[in-house]
Design a protein around this ligand. Structure first.
Ligand SMILES: C[S@@+](CC[C@H](N)C(=O)[O-])C[C@H]1O[C@@H](n2cnc3c(N)ncnc32)[C@H](O)[C@@H]1O
Length: 673
C-alpha cells in the first residue's frame, strides 16, 4: 500500500477499498495450504497450517496487536481513497464492535454510512442463537461527496417490503383479499389475477377547485371534508379510466399493482446469499456481496482495491464489472489461486453506452408506474438497475491484461523493529550488520557471523559439515553475481558448501547453480526466506518454517526449423518440491499432480516475465454447457505438458515459470542461441 501511494501515484485515486482481513480470531482458519483444493488436509499439517498457526495464532498482544495491524492498514486505505470513495470492511461479530470504533477513529464517525449484515450460512450450530451473518462496515472517505448508486432487489410476494400487497383483482373485475395459500405459492392465484396494495388518492387540506366531487360512470367520487385530490380532478378521472380505482361508491382507493415496480430498494440486511456454493478458497467471500459493494460505490472504469486478496474475489468481480482493480496478499497460495481464477475466468460482455467502459454500461431498466405517472399521462420513470448491465449475447470476455508484482523492500520494512541487540555502530552499516546477523541466526543458531564486508556472511560448522551462508539484499533479488562471488569467497576459505538465502531470486540462478556444481567441487543451496519472516508482532518461529529450498523446474526445449525461421517447443518434465515434514526436496514428475500451473515467456527480456502461454491443472473440467452452449473435452482441462511451438524471437531466450500445488513458484531461463 505504501508503494501504491509513493511509487504508483495512486493517492486519492482509488474509488473503493474492500478489505476482508483475518477476523482477529483463529488465524489458522484464514489460510489455505494448496492452490488446487480448499480442503486443508490433516496430513499436510507440517506445511503451511503449522507455519501459519505459529505465525498468526499468537499475536503478542491479542486484540491490541490485531487492531494495531488493522489500523495501520486502514490509514493507508484512507490515503488511497478518492474523496468520492468508500471503504467496506468485512468482519464477524467477534470483532465488529472493535473494528467499528477503529473506523470511527480513522475515517471519522461522521463518515459512517452503514453496517450491513449479510448471510453467510444457514446452519445454526450454537447453544443459543445461531449466527448466520457476517458484517460489512461501510465508511465514506467524505460523506459530503461520496458516490452512491441505489440498488434494487426483486420483490417477492409476502416477502420483506411487500407485506402491503394483500388484495387480488380477478379478470372479472372482482376484488378480494389474497389468501394465505396464495401468498405461500403465488402459482395458486387464478390466471390473470393481479395482486395490489392500496393507496389513498386524497391528501389533507381542502381547496375549492381541488376538492370537487367527481361524477363518473353513474357514481360520484367524493373528496371528503378538508381533503383535496392528490392528482387534481382530471388526474382522478384519468386514474378511473385506467381502471386504477376501486369502483365502489364512497371509496377513494388507488390500486398499486405488484408489478408496477417489482423491486424494493436494497437495505442493510442481505439475506439469501449463503456463501459461495463451490469454494476455491477456504475463506472465500460470496461474489454477490462484493459485486453489490462495487455497484453501490463505483462506476465502470473506477479503481477497486483489496489489500487482503484471498482467492481474488474483489479482483474477479471488478474484472467482471468493468472496474480496474488492484489486490495483494502475503500468501503465495492466495496470489496463485487468484492468478489462475482470473486467467481461466469467462465473463459476460456488457453493452456500453458509448463504446468505452468508462462511458458506462447500458443497464437493464424497470419502468416505475406511479399514481402520478398515470394521472398526468406521463411515461413511467425508467429506473436503472445498476447492478444488472445489459448482456451482449454474442460475445464473451476473458480477463484483460494484468501485472503480478512481488514486493522487495516494502514487505521488509518491519525488520527494523525485530532487532534486539544494541546496534554495533550507528547508521546504515550497523543496520545491515544487524539484518545479516538476524537472518543468519534464524537460519542456523550455531552460525558464526562474519559480518557484511564479504559475501560469506556467516559460517555454520559442525563435526560433519561446514557451510558458508550468504544473505540476499533486503530490497532486491539474489543475483547470479552474488552466488558466484559467495562461492569464490567460500572456496578461498576451503568451504565446499554454500547456502544463499534470499527473499527473491533472479530467474537464471538455477543455471548458475548447475554450472557451479557441474565443476564438481562445490554444493550450492538456494534458500527462499518466507516473506513475513521479519514481520513485527509475530511470535518468533522455528527456522524450518521460515526457509525452504528454491526449487527449479526441469524443462526440455526442442528447436525446429520451419519455413519462416527457427521454432521452439517446451516440454515440462518435472519440478523439485520441498517436503517440509521431511525437510528435503523431492523431484516430482510433471504429471504427478503436484503442478498447479506453468507459464512460458517466449521472449524473456531478463527482467519482466510475460505470460505468453499458460497451462493449468483444472483437476476437473468445468461445465460450460450453460455459459457457452458447448460441450467441453475433459482432456483439454488436464495439465498439458508440451507447449505450442513458437518462433524464436529477439532475445533468443525463454523463461518458464512453474507453480506447484503449494503455491511455490520457480522460474528457469533457457538460452535459445
Ligand atoms: C479472509 S481472507 C480473504 C478472502 C477473500 N475475501 C476471498 O474472497 O477469497 C484474508 C486474506 O488476507 C491475507 N493476509 C493476512 N495478512 C495479510 C497482510 N498483512 N497483508 C496482505 N494480506 C494478508 C491472508 O493470506 C488471506 O488470504
Amino acid at each position: 500500500m505504501e508503494s501504491l501511494l509513493h511509487y504508483e501515484g495512486l493517492r486519492g485515486k482509488v474509488q473503493m477499498v474492500y478489505i476482508d482481513p483475518p477476523y482477529g480470531i483463529k488465524y489458522d482458519s484464514n489460510f489455505q495450504q494448496r492452490v488446487d483444493t480448499a480442503d486443508n488436509e490433516p496430513d499436510d499439517e507440517a506445511d503451511d497450517v503449522l507455519t501459519i498457526k505459529a505465525f498468526r495464532d499468537t499475536w503478542t498482544l491479542g486484540p491490541h496487536s490485531y487492531l494495531q495491524y488493522l489500523q495501520e492498514r486502514l490509514y493507508l486505505c484512507r490515503e488511497l481513497l478518492a474523496d468520492t470513495g468508500s471503504v467496506f470492511v468485512q468482519i464477524n461479530d467477534d470483532n465488529v464492535h472493535r473494528v467499528r470504533l477503529l473506523l470511527d477513529e480513522v475515517f471519522d464517525s461522521k463518515n459512517y454510512i452503514s453496517q450491513i449484515a449479510f448471510q453467510k450460512t444457514t446452519s445454526q450450530t450454537s447453544e443459543t442463537l445461531g449466527t448466520i451473518c457476517d458484517y460489512l462496515v461501510w465508511y465514506a472517505k467524505d460523506k459530503a461527496s461520496f458516490r452512491y448508486r441505489q440498488l434494487f432487489e426483486p420483490k417477492t410476494l409476502g416477502g420483506e417490503g411487500s407485506k402491503e400487497y394483500t388484495n387480488v383483482e380477478l379478470p372479472s373485475g372482482e376484488v378480494r383479499r389474497i389468501t394465505d395459500e396464495e401468498l405461500d405459492d403465488p402459482n395458486r392465484l387464478p390466471k390473470g389475477a393481479k395482486v395490489f396494495a392500496t393507496d389513498s388518492i386524497v391528501s389533507e387540506g381542502g381547496s375549492e377547485a381541488g376538492s370537487k366531487d367527481i361524477p363518473i360512470d353513474g357514481l360520484v367520487l367524493r373528496c371528503g371534508e378538508n381533503r383535496h385530490w392528490k392528482c387534481g380532478v382530471e388526474g382522478v378521472k384519468a386514474l378511473w379510466r385506467a381502471g386504477r380505482l376501486v369502483k365502489r361508491e364512497g371509496l377513494r382507493i388507488y390500486k398499486r399493482y405488484f408489478n408496477d415496480f417489482p423491486y424494493i430498494p436494497l437495505n442493510n440486511v442481505w439475506l439469501g446469499l449463503r456463501g459461495e456454493a463451490k469454494k476455491d478458497y477456504v475463506v472465500q467471500t460470496s461474489a454477490t456481496v462484493v459485486e453489490r459493494c462495487i455497484a453501490l460505490a463505483t462506476e465502470p472504469g473506477g479503481i477497486v482495491f483489496d489489500p487482503t486478496c484471498g482467492s481474488g474475489t474483489t479482483a474477479f468481480c471488478g474484472e467482471k464489472l468493468g472496474r480496474r482493480w488492484i489486490t495483494c496478499d502475503t500468501s503465495r497460495v492466495a496470489t496463485n489461486k487468484t492468478r489462475q481464477r482470473l486467467l481461466s475466468g469467462l465473463f459476460e460482455h456488457y453493452k456500453t453506452s458509448n463504446g468505452v467502459i468508462s462511458g458506462g454500461f447500458r443497464y437493464r431498466t424497470a419502468p416505475r408506474i406511479t399514481q402520478s405517472s398515470i394521472a398526468y399521462g406521463r411515461e413511467p420513470e425508467q429506473v436503472e438497475l445498476v447492478d444488472r448491465p445489459e448482456v451482449d449475447p454474442d460475445a464473451f470476455r476473458v480477463c484483460g491484461p494484468f501485472e503480478v508484482m512481488s514486493l522487495g523492500r516494502y514487505s521488509l520494512e518491519d525488520w527494523k523493529g525485530y532487532v534486539v541487540r544494541e546496534a554495533a555502530g550507528v547508521g546504515e552499516p550497523a543496520k545491515l550488520e544487524n539484518y545479516i546477523e538476524v537472518i543468519c541466526r534464524l537460519y542456523r543458531k550455531d552460525a558464526a557471523i562474519q559480518g557484511a564486508s564479504g559475501l560469506v556472511h556467516a559460517v555454520a560448522e559442525t563435526e560433519k559439515e561446514k557451510i558458508a551462508i550468504s544473505v540476499g539484499p533486503v530490497s532486491g533479488r539474489v543475483t547470479a553475481k552474488q552466488i558466484n562471488d559467495a562461492v569464490q569467497d567460500a572456496l578461498a576459505s576451503g568451504i565446499l558448501e554454500v547456502h544463499v538465502l534470499g527473499w527473491a531470486f533472479e530467474a537464471n540462478v538455477g543455471e548458475v547453480k548447475s554450472q557451479l556444481e557441474a565443476r564438481g567441487k562445490v554444493k550450492v543451496e538456494l534458500i527462499m526466506i518466507r516473506p513475513d519472516t521479519l514481520a513485527e508482532g509475530l511470535k518468533a518461529t522455528q527456522p524450518e518454517m521460515l526457509f525452504s529450498p528454491l526449487a527449479l523446474p526441469d524443462i526440455k526445449v526442442k528447436l525446429k526449423r520451419n519455413g519462416k525461421g527457427p521454432e521452439a517447443e517446451v516440454t515440462l518434465n518435472g519440478v523439485a518440491l520441498f517436503d517440509r515434514k521431511r525437510r528435503h526436496t523431492e523431484y516430482k514428475h510433471a504429471d504427478s499432480g503436484y503442478i498447479s500451473a506453468w507459464y512460458i515467456d517466449e521472449d524473456y527480456d531478463g527482467d519482466c516475465f510475460v505470460d505468453c502461454q499458460m497451462f493449468f491443472d483444472f483437476k476437473k473440467a468445468p461445465n460450460l454447457k450453460a455459459a457457452l452452449r458447448a460441450e467441453v473435452d475433459p482432456e483439454e482441462y488436464k495439465l498439458q505438458l508440451t507447449s505450442q511451438p513458437f518462433p524464436v524471437r529477439g532475445y533468443k531466450r525463454i523463461a518458464v515459470k512453474v507453480v506447484d500445488v503449494y503455491g511455490n513458484e520457480s522460474t528457469v531461463v533457457h538460452d535459445l542461441k
